[in-house]
Design a binder for this molecule. Structure first.
Ligand code: ADP
Ligand code: ADP
Ligand code: ZN
Length: 212
């Protein structure tokens, strides 16, 4: 099963992608996570990507597309994967479609998590994550047991640099201009399912698993 997650920044793609990946034993592939891991390791790619991420812009395709194609060519992707944050443009979607078509394959399901803009700033301002194990939290909607501390591994939680309000506004604009057209793209491909992402996370997940 090859799954693509669609939705605005903060819609809950990562939250749901992790749960889907766990339940169906598929790798969770987040291009944002890959860039952030590169940055932590101080690679050239990480440093380059950071400039764009901090500005709320998309990282250029020249840095993104090969990376993703190499990742999905790995052995653990043979039975499928959950893509979170890729594709983000029609050009990226075309690259993926063409790469899959070479082996007579295609994206099986595009899950659009629908959350209106007015919810997004609140989602983003409360987002926290664990730098050690990757677990996500929200100060209001999914708080850790002890403030600022990961339930799973005890590490201090962090807030992303690009989750400040000015950057979120820019990311939302980029989403509408460049990523939202993918909803129609996958609708035309006959694989789109739209889910109400304003419900609590467990309900969103139940709605997603009902698609399988
Ligand atoms: P969110 O989960 O809030 O949607 P991500 O972690 O997916 O954010 O992405 C963070 C940033 O990484 C994006 O704002 C963008 O700068 C960059 N990025 C991630 N994936 C892509 C992609 N497929 N193409 C271009 N830029 C990307
Ligand atoms: P995305 O990957 O689309 O940017 P995330 O999965 O990181 O979004 O979610 C953004 C923030 O909103 C996180 O802090 C997460 O805990 C929280 N969140 C995710 N889904 C929901 C939901 N259904 N209701 C309330 N908060 C949510
Ligand atoms: Zn942790």
């Amino acid at each position: 099963m090859k799954i693509v997650m669609l939705g605005a920044p903060g819609a809950g793609k990562g939250t749901q992608a992790k749960r889907i990946a766990e339940k169906y034993h598929l790798p969770h592939i987040s291009t944002g996570d890959i860039f952030r891991a590169n940055l932590r390791e101080g690679t050239e790619l990480g440093l380059k990507a950071k400039e764009y991420m901090d500005a709320g812009a998309l990282v250029p395709d020249s840095l993104t597309v090969e990376l993703l194609l190499d990742r999905v060519a790995k052995d653990d992707c043979r039975d499928g994967y959950v893509l979170d944050g890729f594709p983000r443009t029609i050009a990226q979607a075309d690259v993926l479609t063409d790469a899959l078509a070479k082996s007579g394959d295609k994206v099986d399901l595009a899950i659009n998590i629908d959350v209106p803009d007015e919810h997004i700033q609140r989602r983003m301002s409360g987002r926290r994550s664990c730098p050690q194990c990757g677990q996500g939290y929200h100060t209001e909607f999914n708080p850790p047991k002890e403030e600022g501390v990961c339930d799973k591994c005890g590490a201090a939680l962090i807030q992303r640099d690009d989750d400040k309000p000015e950057t979120v506004a820019k990311r939302l604009q980029v989403y509408h201009e460049q990523t939202q057209p993918l909803i129609e793209y996958y609708e035309k491909a006959g694989v789109l399912k739209t889910i109400d992402g304003t419900k609590p996370m467990d309900e969103v997940f139940a709605d997603i698993t009902a698609l399988f």
